[in-house]
Design a protein. Structure first.
Length: 355
């Protein structure tokens, strides 16, 4: 056998799975189609406190992160309310730097990281997978994002529901209030989600996401949105955007089947993203780490089948899926204009952001 485990994707889920398995002594190969892992990003890269305190992401070098302890939430009419919870915070990140740091961690742990190598196909032969152009492995993990080719080639479940997010980076820019994550509710610009402006260690990110309908694809109109909210959010005038980040965000809960016959999905490929906040970094990391550990425990000590562990460990997001259903069907802006600063609404918003 060439490898114990082949992982496709070197973003958060792929890195977590590979690191967990490599730390347990497995021979791990990671395929990443990008030559530079910090290139062409599809995430804002905001890390929640739980991930910062309970995972390896807490060891990120200080210059790659910036602590933000408050959310400034804006109603559609731009009235605003400050949200916070004792001891809670987010980390905004120099996300390209984070991705490159993860690649360094993989190499430092002896993982065979193959950048610029796309997964094309794999065949099940006996009790292992034969991956085109790479070789044989007992387990194959798809951490290759929302449109997973591993899922497609291995007959696993596909994500059904998405948000579509787009974001500009403004390198070296500084917000008037850089210590808050500025979030904007707007059914007109962001039906099904929100817009946001955030200060990161090296500049500003401003983005918008909305519910994705494959039958009527609508591209988020970030320029018009920023003309409307930029000044309220403290964005300096006449900025020229740098790189753009864009992508689909799963919001329909875990896929089925998520694993079988030595092939396992994790992260966005498995639909492991909160349907309410669209945050996937922490949930992806936790699930992928569990999968890496389970593969190692199975191969080394005859532990339970990693396929079952992966399925059991996937969060079902039942309440959050119900909230997503309700938010998708709420057609009006006026309840937010009227009620945003009412104590129950404020309490609920603080639970969503910090709970
Ligand atoms: C615009 C946007 C903003 C977001 N902001 C946040 C946020 O601030 N905080 C948060 O928690 N979550 C956020 N999310 C969600 C979060 O980014 C994802 O849940 C998280 O990145 C999941 O990581 P992943 O490793 O599963 O997938 P991805 O990050 O999508 O990584 C998949 C990797 O697989 C590689 N790949 C794909 N196909 C192949 C192939 N065939 N062969 C080899 N490699 C391949 C890709 O190049 C990529 O590196 C955001 C998502 C979007 C789209």
């Amino acid at each position: 056998m060439d490898h114990d485990l082949i992982v496709v994707g070197a973003s958060f889920a792929g890195a977590a799975c590979a690191l967990a398995a490599a730390q347990s002594g497995l021979r791990v190969c990671v395929l990443e189609r990008k030559r530079d892992p910090g290139d062409k990003l599809r995430t804002t890269g905001i890390i929640v406190k739980e991930a910062a305190e309970r995972t390896l992401l807490g060891e990120l070098p200080a210059h790659l992160t910036r602590r933000v302890e408050r959310v400034q939430l804006y109603a559609p009419n731009l009235k605003q309310v400050a949200l916070a919870a004792p001891g809670s915070y987010f980390l905004t990140t120099d996300t390209p730097g984070v991705m490159r740091w993860l690649a360094e961690q993989l190499r430092a742990h002896g993982v065979d990281l193959r950048l610029g190598t796309a997964f094309r196909d794999a065949k099940r032969v006996g009790d292992h997978w034969h991956v085109d152009g790479v070789g044989r492995a007992r387990y194959l993990v798809g951490a290759d994002g929302a449109r997973s080719r591993v899922a497609d080639r291995c007959g696993l479940g596909r994500v059904r529901g998405f948000l579509y997010g787009i974001e500009y980076e403004f390198p070296h820019a500084r917000l008037a209030d850089p210590d808050a994550l500025h979030c904007f509710i707007s059914k007109r610009h962001a039906p099904g989600y929100i817009g946001w402006i955030a200060q990161n260690p090296g500049g500003v990110q401003a983005g918008l996401a909305l519910r994705h309908d494959p039958a009527h694809v609508r591209v988020p109109d970030l320029d018009t949105f920023l003309l409307r909210v930029g000044q309220a959010g403290g964005l300096p005038l006449r900025l020229t955007p740098g790189p753009t980040r864009a992508g689909l965000i799963p919001c329909s809960g875990p896929v089925w089947p998520l694993a079988r016959d030595g092939a396992i999905l994790t992260g966005d490929a498995a639909g492991i993203v909160s349907p309410v906040t669209a945050g996937g970094i922490h949930a992806s990391w936790e699930h992928a780490w569990t999968v890496g550990r389970a593969v190692a425990a199975h191969l080394r000590q005859g532990g339970p089948a990693p396929e079952s562990v992966a399925i059991d460990a996937a969060p079902r997001f039942r309440t959050k899926r119900a909230l997503r259903w309700a938010y998708d069907r709420m057609p009006f802006d006026w309840p937010f204009d009227l009620l945003l600063s009412a104590p129950p609404v404020r309490w609920a918003a603080e639970r969503v952001y910090f709970g």
